[in-house]
Design a protein around this ligand. Sequence first.
Ligand SMILES: Cc1cc2nc3c(=O)[nH]c(=O)nc-3n(C[C@H](O)[C@H](O)[C@H](O)COP(=O)(O)OP(=O)(O)OC[C@H]3O[C@@H](n4cnc5c(N)ncnc54)[C@H](O)[C@@H]3O)c2cc1C
Length: 371
Amino acid sequence: MNTSYDCVVIGGGIVGAATTRALAARGRRVLLLERAMPVSEASGAAAGMLAPQLEVQAGDPLLPLAIAARQYYAELVPELDRRTGVNVGYCLGGSLQVALDAGEAAALQAQVAAQTALGLKAEWLPREALARRQPGIGPEALGALLAPDDARVNNVTLTAALLADATRYGAEIVDHEAVTEVVVSSGRVTAVATPRRRYGTGAAVVAAGAWSPSLKGLPRALPIEPVRGQIAMVTWPVGEPPGVLFGRHLYVVPRGEDAILGSTMEQAGFAKDTTAGGLARIFAGTIALLPVLAAQRIHRTWAGLRPVTPDGRPVIGADPEVAGLWYATGHGRQGILLGPITGEIIRDLLLDGATRWDLDACAVTRFAAAA
Ligand SMILES: Cc1cc2nc3c(=O)[nH]c(=O)nc-3n(C[C@H](O)[C@H](O)[C@H](O)COP(=O)(O)OP(=O)(O)OC[C@H]3O[C@@H](n4cnc5c(N)ncnc54)[C@H](O)[C@@H]3O)c2cc1C
C-alpha cells in the first residue's frame, strides 16, 4: 500500500461520477476506480428523463428527494457548462403521461389532484388539449397528465462532464481497474483492493450499479438485481414538436434530432442483448403513442442494466457497522434523475456528518428489517 486517499469511489457511472466530483470540489483526495470504461453501463444506456412526477407516485417517501433532484439540475447544469463547456443537452419542457384507456385516465386525474395538493405543478390535458400540444398523438390517447417542470438531459455527455469536472477539481480516475474487495479491519475501511494493488483509504463509496453486490468485504448482502432495459433510437419525426411521452412503461424521449424509444423491464441476468421480442414491444407501444414513428429510420438499438432494489428505491448512506463504508447504489429507473443529488448527499454525510434529507427510506438496514 503506497498511496492513501481520503475516499475511493467504486464505479464510473453517473452516481460515482457525481460523488467523486462533489468530494473533490471540497478539496478531498478522491480516487474513482472503474472496471471498464466510465459511462459504459446503465448511465450510458439511459433515456435521460428527469421525470419524478411520472416515475414516483404522490405519497412515496422518495418523492421530495426526487423533486429536489430535478431542481438541483437547474443549479448543476450552468455550473458544469461554465467549468467544462460540455453541452449536456438539458431541456426543460415537461413530460406527458398518456392515458390509453378510461382506467388510466381516472388514475392519472387522481395523480394530478394528489400532486397539486402537494404543491407540484400538474395538469390534466383532455384529448383536444393533448392533440394541440402533440399533434401526432395516437387515436387511443384519451388525455394526459402534464408535468410542466419535468426535464430531460443527455445522460452520456452529462456523466462525461461530471467526470471531467471531477478531474479538474483534482480527482484521479482510473479505468479498466476492477475492485475486488473493500478491505475492512477492526470495523473500519482501510483499503480498496483490485487484482493489481491495494489503495489505502479510510472511506469507500459503493457506486458499482448492478454489480455492487459482488464486491467482497461488504458486511451484508445487497439485494440489488440487474433489470434490463432495451432502447431503440430513430429520427425524430419532422413537424412533430419535441416532447416526452410516456405510456404503459414505454416512452418517447427527444434527443437532438432523434427520438429514444424505450424501454423494457426484464430479468435477464447480466445479458445486455437486444431481442426481437423486446424491441417489438417497444415499437408497438411507442407507435401507439405517436403513430408517425412507424415510418422513422432506426439508427441504433442497445440495452442497459438498471440496478434495482426490491422496493425500487436506492441505497444511500452509511453502513451502520463498518466505519467509512458508504452506499450510493440501487438507483433503479431513476439514477439519472437522482445521481447528481446522491453525490451531494454522500459528500455532506461524509464530510459534515449530516444531510437535510430524511434517508430512512433509502437506508441499507431496511432490507434486514423486511427479512
Ligand atoms: C434503458 C434504460 C433507461 C433508463 N432511463 C432513465 C431515465 O430516463 N431517467 C433516469 O433517471 N434513469 C434512467 N435509467 C436508470 C439509470 O440509468 C440508472 O439508475 C443509473 O445509470 C445508475 O447509475 P450507476 O452509476 O449507479 O450505475 P452504472 O451506470 O451501471 O455504473 C456502475 C459502474 O460501476 C462499474 N463497476 C461495476 N463493478 C465494478 C467493480 N468491481 N470495480 C469498479 N467498477 C465497477 C461498471 O462498469 C459501471 O461503469 C435508465 C436505465 C436504463 C437501463
